[in-house]
Each structure stands twice: as structure tokens, then as C-alpha cells.
Write a protein of this length. Structure first.
Length: 405
């Protein structure tokens, strides 16, 4: 069966790729297609008819193997290709979103979840808030590709989505370890272990990334790298840092993110090459992740969906994130239309999916079924809503700004 699953995934990817331009013109994104493909393929495989969480529990380690590599590569590349020399307005906007908007969104979401259902517990409510707070600009790619949208807005959204998953990660890891410790009646030394793991990961990532960056800059200056290996540098470095940090007892994801920030490649050509190749690699892994999400996760939890989860999903997407963005942008030079646009385009995507898969390897899925179900619902809604609305709302913003002069 495994071979057929892979064949069907590859076939789905080929079909989307061959008609991708037409599909994108109709506001149909690759994550939408891959989730749907996975869910449809799950029908003849009997996954929808299995007991809840059976397929997920039996395949969780398979699913998380590539999911972890995907997250490590994305975290590294998002940080490594970040151009700190981008115009100041974009950096200022991204700083507002990351340092004010993101914490506000997490706190507001946490408060809403716990206030709506106190029985869920403070820590599980925080975990769910952390899962659904990072954004994924790739789900609204027309936002980034429409050059008529002001550059600071597009780049600000892009920088925010590239960095917020890495900033949330240490808090998410700590919260999940705390909940796992509580559920297993574990020992009291978990805080020290968590801090040690994060510290080793951050330290190893910064050190390795800095050294690799110096070596890359030197070899580029001396023209020692063949062009085709420039494209491989990002993926190789990401996995090298991730796996080495894990062997040293650190958190590989924190290491990958820190390593990307510390890389500091001076050659714009090499950075662009790494970004273009990395985007293609990350796109493939992202498609596979969304395919598995539709194949295993959605059928495993759909029976646990409730009306309150639907209310939470809508409130999180339509009210909490836009409101927190509006608050963090008080005093900024942006118009009301731009603030609403930035607030809406906070799609929940690949980071949220992978966070849930990682959580399910540390805690028995049966213990956190409601968290997985709620996270799955908001990702499904966001995948469709942001994919469909990206192009029309971008065009609407351009017309709005045109009328303002």
C-alpha cells in the first residue's frame, strides 16, 4: 500500500504542476489540491472508515520523519535568505508584526480558548494557540507575486511568515514538553532539560551557521563552488545543522533557525540561488506534508470536530489576528485598507501541520485529540479561504489605494 500512496502523491503533484498556471488563475493553490488529493485517496484505502486516530497513530513516525526535515529546511532557508538590506519600511512593518502582533495574537488566542472552555487546561490552550499563530505566506502566493501591492506590505508579510514559526518554536517545544511531563507523571527536572535542549540547539546553530557562512563567503570569493552546488548549499546546510544539533542533545529545529540567521552570506547571487532551489525543494516537501495531512490527519479527527471548534477557527482567522495586527500598527503610516489586508493574510499552513505532527510523537494522539482536531479544522479553513481570496483581495487593495491617490 505504501508504494501506491507514493505513486498517487507523485501523480497528484504532476497533475497540479502541469496545469498550475490555469489553476492559480482560478485561485486554486497546491496545498488545496494536495489536501483534497490525500483525503480522496484515503477513501479507497479505507482510512476514513477506521477507528479515529488509528491511521494517524500507526503512521505517525512515518509522517513526522519527512515533516521534521521539511520544517528544518524551511526554518533554515527562511532565516538564511532574509535580506536585512530590504527597504526600511518593510523591516519596520515586519518588526511590528513579529515583536508586537505575534505575542498579542498568541495571548489573545490563548485567552479566547481558555475562556471559552476552561476544562481544556491552561497548557493545552497555550499549545493550541501556539500551533495556530504562525503564518504561512505561501498559502497566499498571489499576495507576494502581485507587484502592484506596495513593496513594504508584500515584503513585510513575507518576512513575518518567514520568521514567526522560528520565534514560536522554543515556546511551543517547552509547552509540549510540560504537557507530556504532566500526562506521564514525569520527574521535575523537565524544565532544566527543556532549557538545556533549546540552549544547545541555539548555540550549535549559531556556531555552525556562522562558520559555514564564513566558509561559503570565502569559497565564493575565490570562485571555488560549482554553480550546481550553490543550489544545494541551503538544503545540505539545513539538514547538517539539524541532525548534528540533535546528536549533540540540542533541539534541531532551533538550531536550524539559528543557523540560518547566523549564516550571513554576502553574495547576493548565491543567496538568490539558494533561495530559488530551496523554494523548489521546500515546495515538494510542503506538497507531501499537505498530502499526508489530508490522507492521515483529516480522516483521523473529523469525527471530533465541534461547532465550538468552528467558532474558534472563524474568530481566530477573522477577528483575533486582524485585531492584534491593527493594534500593533497603531501609529504606523499605513491606511485602514492595508491594515485589514495585512491582518487577514496570516494563513495557517505548513508550520501548524508540522507542529501538530511533532506534538503527536511526544504525546499520545488520544490524549490530545481535541487539540489536533481544532488545529486541523483551522488549517483546512485557512487553506481554502486564504488560497481563494489572495488574488481578488490583492486586486481590491490595489484599486483601493488607487482611489486614495
Amino acid at each position: 500500500m505504501f508504494e501506491w500512496v507514493i505513486i498517487l502523491f507523485l501523480g497528484s503533484g504532476l497533475v497540479y504542476g502541469l496545469f498550475s498556471r490555469r489553476l492559480e488563475h482560478r485561485n486554486i493553490s497546491s496545498p488545496m489540491v494536495m489536501v483534497l488529493s490525500g483525503a480522496v485517496i484515503a477513501l479507497p484505502l479505507g482510512i476514513w472508515h477506521e477507528a479515529p486516530l488509528t491511521a494517524l497513530s500507526g503512521s505517525i513516525h512515518f509522517a513526522t520523519t519527512f515533516a521534521e526535515m521539511t520544517l528544518a529546511i524551511i526554518l533554515f532557508l527562511d532565516a538564511a535568505v532574509l535580506d536585512y538590506r530590504k527597504e526600511r519600511a518593510a523591516r519596520t512593518l515586519a518588526t511590528r508584526l513579529l515583536l508586537i502582533g505575534l505575542p498579542l495574537t498568541i495571548l489573545a488566542t490563548w485567552a479566547f480558548i481558555f475562556g471559552t472552555d476552561p476544562t481544556i487546561g491552561l497548557v493545552p490552550a497555550l499549545i493550541l494557540a501556539l500551533i495556530v499563530s504562525p503564518t504561512d505566506a505561501a498559502l497566499g502566493r498571489p499576495v507576494l507575486e502581485n507587484t502592484d501591492v506596495p513593496e513594504p506590505v508584500r515584503q513585510g508579510i513575507n518576512i513575518e511568515s518567514g520568521l514567526n514559526d522560528g520565534l514560536v518554536l522554543p515556546v511551543f517545544t517547552t509547552a509540549v514538553l510540560l504537557e507530556a511531563n504532566v500526562l506521564s507523571n514525569g520527574h521535575q527536572g523537565w524544565i532544566k532539560e527543556a532549557l538545556l535542549e533549546i540552549s544547545i540547539g541555539a548555540g550549535a546553530g549559531v556556531l555552525i551557521g556562522f562558520v559555514l557562512g564564513k566558509i561559503v563567503n570565502r569559497t565564493v570569493t575565490q570562485d571555488m563552488i560549482v554553480d550546481r552546488f550553490e543550489r544545494l548549499l541551503g538544503v545540505l546546510a539545513a539538514l547538517f545543522i539539524y541532525l548534528l544539533a540533535e546528536q549533540l542533545g540540542g533541539n534541531g529545529f532551533v538550531a536550524a533557525f539559528a543557523g540560518g540567521l547566523a549564516l550571513n552570506i554576502s553574495s547576493e547571487k548565491v543567496r538568490d540561488t539558494i533561495e530559488s532551489f530551496g523554494e523548489a525543494e521546500a515546495e515538494l516537501l510542503t506538497m507531501l506534508t499537505f498530502f499526508v495531512f489530508g490522507l492521515l490527519v483529516v480522516p483521523a479527527v473529523y469525527e471530533s470536530w465541534t461547532w465550538m471548534m468552528l467558532v474558534f477557527s472563524v474568530v481566530s482567522l477573522v477577528i483575533l489576528r486582524p485585531l492584534c495586527v491593527w493594534i500593533c500598527m497603531i501609529g504606523s503610516p499605513y491606511s485602514l485598507g492595508e491594515k485589514l489586508y495585512i491582518g487577514w493574510f496570516g494563513p495557517r499552513g505548513i508550520a501548524s501541520v508540522i507542529y501538530m505532527l511533532i506534538m503527536a510523537t511526544l504525546i499520545s494522539p488520544g490524549e490530545i485529540k481535541s487539540l489536533i482536531a481544532a488545529g486541523t479544522m483551522i488549517i483546512c479553513i485557512s487553506t481554502v479561504a486564504h488560497g481563494v481570496s489572495a488574488a481578488p483581495l490583492s486586486q481590491a487593495l490595489v484599486r483601493y489605494l488607487g482611489r486614495r491617490g
